[in-house]
Design a protein around this ligand. Structure first.
Ligand SMILES: [Zn+2]
Ligand SMILES: [Zn+2]
Ligand SMILES: [Zn+2]
Ligand SMILES: [Zn+2]
Length: 109
């Protein structure tokens, strides 16, 4: 049976449908956007997350313009992610997160 592939939303590379990560760009949500706080699926048309109520538009720390909560800024393409500093975790986390959603450790910056 041929495996069905779908393009990654972030880089356009065709990858296995059941992938949890895009091997090409490293995105943790290759087929849709997820809330950086509670990891519920979110859409670009939403203003707040239906799971936790967080605002889904933020000010980019690089260019100061309003952008959708995603892995990179819509305007300057600057990364909105930081890496968890727990050496056993290392997950990419949204820059506004206070705690790592994977291991629960505080994110200091
Ligand atoms: Zn990708
Ligand atoms: Zn949420
Ligand atoms: Zn920006
Ligand atoms: Zn972590």
């Amino acid at each position: 049976m041929a495996t069905y592939k779908q393009p990654c939303l972030h880089c356009g590379t065709f990858i296995e449908r059941d992938s949890r990560f895009c091997p090409a760009c490293g995105s943790g949500s290759p087929f849709g956007y997820i809330c950086p706080t509670c990891r519920s699926p979110i859409g670009k048309e939403q203003k707040v997350c239906s799971g936790c109520g967080r605002q889904l538009r933020v000010i980019c720390p690089h260019c100061g313009r309003e952008t959708f909560v995603s892995e990179e800024c819509e305007h300057c393409k600057g990364s909105l992610m930081i890496r968890c500093r727990n050496p056993r975790c290392g997950e990419k986390q949204f820059f506004q997160n206070l705690k790592c959603t994977a291991c629960g450790k505080r994110l200091d910056r």
